[in-house]
Write a protein that binds this ligand. Structure first.
Ligand code: AMP
Length: 280
C-alpha cells in the first residue's frame, strides 16, 4: 500500500492508473477505522482496479461545541487496517493541502440540509460538501463509496454530484452493525461497554418502525410515536430527533408511499449517535 500526504504524489499515482486504463474507487473517511469503513473498501474492490482511501478529520464540518479536538486519531492502527483490507493508496492530506487559503469558497446544499441533522449542526453539511468536492477534484474516481449509516450525508452528496455535474458514481454501502445491532461508528469509542449495550435500543427502535411499515402501517406519525416510545424505554438516551421523510426530497409525508428514511439522533451522556433505516 502506498501512503502519501502530498497532492502531487496522489495526482501522479492517479495519472499512472489512468494511463493503464484502470478504474478507481474512492473511500473518504475521518479515520478511527472500524469494520464499517472496511466494508466500503471491500465493496470498492469488487468493481474497481484500485481503491484509494483518505483519512482527514475535516475541521470545517465540526461546530465550535463539537468533538474536533478529541476525535480519535489512531493513525498507526488505521494504516495497518487500511493495508490489511487491501487499500492501494492511503491519502493523509494536511489541512494546508486541502485548504490552500483561508476558506472563503464553500459548496452548500440548501434544501436537504434543512431537516434531520442540519438544524442541529449548522455548517456541518457545507463542510462535508466542500471537502468531498475537493477530494473528488484531486482523486477523480470512477466510484465514490459512502455509508448508508450517514444517510443524510449520502443523499446530500448524491445531490451535489448530480447538480454540479461531477463525473462520479455515488455508491451507497449498507450500514455495518455490531452483533447487538448498534451501527458501527468511530464515536462508539466514547461509550463504555455498558453504554454500547444500551445504545442497541436505537436499532431496536428503528427495526420496530420498519416492522410496523412492513406489517401495513403507513401513517408516518404513528410510526414515529412508536419509535419514540421504544427509545424512551432506555432512560439514559436523550432523543434529539426522530423523523420519517421521503428519501428523494427529505420532505415529511403524512402517508408513506415512496422510499423513505426513518432516522434517529440522540445522546448517551455527551456522545451523539445517529442511525437510520430505509423503508421501501
Ligand atoms: P466517517 O469516518 O465517520 O466520516 O465515515 C466515513 C465513511 O464511512 C462514510 O461514508 C460513512 O457513512 C461510512 N460509515 C461509517 N460508519 C459506517 C457503518 N457502520 N457502516 C457502513 N458505513 C459506515
Amino acid at each position: 500500500m502506498k501512503i502519501t500526504s502530498s497532492a502531487a504524489e496522489l495526482k501522479q499515482y492517479v495519472n499512472s492508473l489512468r494511463q493503464q486504463k484502470k478504474t478507481i474507487g474512492f473511500v473518504p473517511t475521518m479515520g478511527a477505522l472500524h469494520a464499517g469503513h472496511l466494508s466500503l473498501v471491500q465493496t470498492s474492490k469488487k468493481t474497481n482496479d484500485a481503491t484509494i482511501m483518505s483519512i482527514f478529520v475535516n475541521p470545517t464540518q465540526f461546530g465550535p461545541q463539537e468533538d474536533l479536538e478529541k476525535y480519535p486519531r489512531p493513525i498507526e492502527k488505521d494504516t495497518h487496517l487500511a493495508r490489511e483490507s487491501g487499500v492501494d493508496l492511503l491519502f493523509l492530506p494536511t489541512f494546508e493541502t486541502l485548504y490552500p487559503a483561508y476558506p472563503t469558497v464553500f459548496v452548500d446544499e440548501t434544501s436537504l440540509t434543512n431537516v434531520l441533522c442540519g438544524p442541529f449542526r449548522p455548517g456541518h453539511f457545507r463542510g462535508v460538501c466542500t471537502v468531498v468536492n475537493k477530494f473528488l477534484q484531486l482523486v477523480q474516481p470512477d466510484e465514490l463509496f459512502l455509508g448508508q449509516k450517514d444517510g443524510q450525508q449520502l443523499r446530500v452528496v448524491e445531490e451535489m454530484v448530480k447538480q454540479l455535474l461531477i463525473p462520479v458514481d455515488v455508491i451507497s454501502v449498507p450500514t455495518f452493525r455490531e452483533p447487538n445491532g448498534l451501527a458501527m461508528s468511530s464515536r462508539n469509542q466514547y461509550l463504555s461497554e455498558e453504554g454500547r449495550n444500551k445504545a442497541s435500543i436505537i436499532f431496536q427502535a428503528l427495526s420496530l418502525g420498519k416492522k410496523m411499515y412492513e406489517d401495513g402501517e403507513n401513517r408516518s406519525q404513528l410510526i414515529i410515536e412508536s419509535v419514540i416510545e421504544k427509545l424512551n424505554q432506555e432512560k439514559e438516551f436523550r432523543i434529539q430527533y426522530v423523523d420519517l421523510l421521503d428519501w428523494d426530497s427529505f420532505v415529511k409525508k403524512d402517508l408513506i408511499t415512496t422510499k423513505s428514511i426513518l432516522a434517529v439522533a440522540g445522546f448517551f451522556s455527551q456522545t451523539r449517535l445517529i442511525d437510520n433505516i430505509i423503508l421501501e
